[in-house]
Design a protein around this ligand. Structure first.
Ligand code: 2P0
Length: 353
């Protein structure tokens, strides 16, 4: 292959994840070190995921990236941190089929082209940074033949976006906050794999596709600076909840899982309200969904569905099985009839990964 003509590329697909014990608040903003552990469920990649192709060629004169077909700037510190960490771990690459050889030292001067797509409407206002940054780090690591395990890669993805570290694994994942100042031990571990507890069905109700008013990064900073409730939550509440959630997941105990998930979502939003000035991520429709699910769970005697809301009004609901998911959709369609004032924009129904 002529020296200037070759292109070497890798494509990867990474799903997003939904926290059931929330991450909210950093103790170090640059390294992205959280104030508490968190636990998430990775979604199945058919519904909400990012697909990224990374390419390297001696004919590229600078690093460039396109998100959903539109070129974006790569000057941000977080992207540069991820790239620096991956580059420093690059190895020799030998692609015999195409006659391409890249020596370890060449990675210093070679440039990259990156194309990333979300398989869901970006306008839906659903978290995409988790899948996006995880996919970027994973595909770059493959391209540069980085020989670190997933957990080490998760610590790199963490520096791109906190929640991204949890998307390096399927199934149920814990982000351990860690103790080190350099962040080396702040990484994700898998609690249970994709096949564990595959009765669960996840339904996302898109309440609003508007962009959120307060970004997670800004919101967290303001909460850390002003909320006393956050200090109590991080020190006294979350450590106990993490242990209970790990037990619930291990035993497939839906009652405990649902109680913890709903309580933790509500406390995260209470902490936002305890911030000065207060942050409102949920709206009236979100509150109505909570009431509907709470009432139904109570009338059944045991929880059928857990709900959780991130930094926006969209509801993520986790049903205990297909039957509960069907009944949930029937209820939602009854309370929010299509093409009415109370219409929800969209439903996304999928399995756990
Ligand atoms: C979570 N969220 O655990 C929590 C719950 C939103 C609410 O992680 O600043 O995009 O990039 O680390 O990861 C959203 O925050 O923030 C988030 P950065 P990120 O999923």
């Amino acid at each position: 292959v002529e020296a200037e003509k070759w292109v070497h590329m890798v494509t990867a697909q990474t799903p997003t994840n939904i926290a059931v014990i929330k991450y909210w608040g950093k103790r170090d903003e640059t390294l992205i070190l959280p104030v508490n552990d968190s636990i998430s469920v990775t979604l199945d990649p058919d519904h909400l995921c990012t697909i990224t192709t990374v390419a390297v060629s001696p004919s590229f004169d600078r690093d460039r990236m396109w998100l959903n077909g539109k070129e974006i700037s790569l000057s941000g510190g977080r992207f540069q941190s991820c790239l620096r960490e991956i580059r420093s771990r690059a190895s020799d690459v030998e692609d015999e089929e195409n006659g391409i050889k890249i020596a370890k030292k060449d990675w210093e001067k070679l440039h990259l082209h990156i194309a990333s797509y979300n398989n869901f409407p970006t306008a839906a206002g659903l978290a995409s940074s988790a899948a996006g940054l995880a996919c970027l780090v994973f595909s770059l690591a493959k391209l540069m033949n980085v020989k670190e395990d997933q957990s080490k890669l998760s610590a790199i993805a963490r520096q791109g976006s906190g929640s991204a570290c949890r998307s390096l694994y399927g199934g149920f994942v814990k982000w351990i906050m860690g103790k080190d100042e350099d962040g080396r031990d702040s990484l994700a571990v898998q609690l249970a794999d994709e096949k564990h507890w595959d009765d669960l069905v996840i339904i996302i109700a898109v309440v609003s596709s508007r962009q959120k008013e307060t970004s997670s990064t800004t919101g967290m900073r303001e909460t850390v600076e002003t909320s006393l409730l956050l200090k109590h939550r991080a020190k006294e509440i979350v450590p106990k909840r993490i242990l209970k959630m790990e037990e619930a997941i291990k035993n497939r105990d839906f009652t405990s899982f649902a109680q913890l998930t709903c309580a933790d979502s509500n406390q995260f939003h209470a902490v936002c309200l305890d911030t000065s000035p207060p942050i409102f991520y949920m709206n009236d429709t979100s509150h109505r969904i909570i009431s509907i699910v709470e009432k139904w769970n109570r009338s059944e005697g045991t929880p059928q569905v857990a709900y959780t809301f991130d930094a926006g009004p969209n509801a993520v609901m986790i049903a205990r099985d297909r039957k509960a998911a069907t009944l949930l959709l029937q209820r939602l369609l009854f309370y929010f009839p299509p093409n009415s004032d109370t219409d929800l924009n969209n439903y996304i129904v999928g399995d756990k990964s």
